[in-house]
Design a protein around this ligand. Sequence first.
Ligand code: NAG
Length: 360
Amino acid sequence: MVRLVTLLTAAACLLGSARACYEQCTISAFQGVPPRPLPKRPALQARRAPPPPLLRALQPPLQLKRRAPRPSRPLPQARLPRHPLAHPVTGSRSVTLTLKLQGFDITSTKPSSANVFGNPAYPGYTACGSVTNWIDEMIVSYNESYIYSYNFAYGGATIDAALVTPYTSTVKSMTDQVNDFLTNVGPKPSYAPWTSSNSIFSFFIGINDIGNSWYQSGDRAAFSDTLLNAYFALVQKVYAVGGRNFLFINIPCVDRSPYMKSQGSSTTAAEKIVLDGFNTKLAAKITAWKATVSGVNTWLYDSNKKLGQILDAPTSYGFQDGTSYGSATNLAWCNDYHVSPGVHHYFATDVKNILAGTGF
Ligand SMILES: *[C@@H]1O[C@H](CO)[C@@H](O)[C@H](O)[C@H]1NC(C)=O
């Protein structure tokens, strides 16, 4: 049977009081009509198969292939604001933010066998530059079927700009991203004939929401409820047009990032309380929401726990330590706020295991 999985990733990146653009994504994957028959191969066997070149390249020792800058599009760095933003807590640190993740434009070239992400040229752009991140590996290496990705992730995204203002007004929030999905892909156009069963929607959002607000006055726990209500109102919209498979990724422990650590332990401890509170509420929200709908499959990936494990024992994961950053392949951070492609590789591996046997 030929199977085509189209994945829609609406990601939002976080960026916040620190810079960060993790891709917080919303992925919706659709399986549609496959461009060609898939080779017969049991899913289990596929999982045991030797890793494809990309994966091998990412495994320690990490040897990431870097793509040359595309002259037609500015590199992510070119989009970084050069004006420092005062850090809300210390007022001493500038926040430069991030870049558009992946750089996908739904109005441009659609995903196809030539590029399952559609555009830009693989691997697109990330907060670490033109390198792979977890979704790249999920779609082209750990995939159990042929998958097309609609990745709406956007660097610096918050759930709703009216709730948490992004670092710059042009950032597409998760609300914008879901609306782009609903407008373009939701109606199941000929280029994306997705169905409820052949699609998965993933959401990796919240870093910038908490990063840009945890220090504010007021009841932070109540505000996390407000954020999650907005979050799940969007999830409900995706459900309303047929989404049934949902992958949620919580907020990694960016309170342990080099940038946050430079703010001092009292600052990181204060952020951690709000961040952990959001993650606890996210898990409960997923359970509560699932009880109100039917036919839904949900998965929650605990990126916070995995990053914590890596930072607790970096050398056992192939990293020299938990605090250095740069482009070297043995570093856990590519800059002072974003985890490296090497850490993304571990995220991808975990997500692969969580989705094992699902066809995604
Ligand atoms: C996984 O994706 C790659 C890249 O699109 C594709 O070549 C490969 O056939 C896919 N694997 C399966 C099992 O469909």
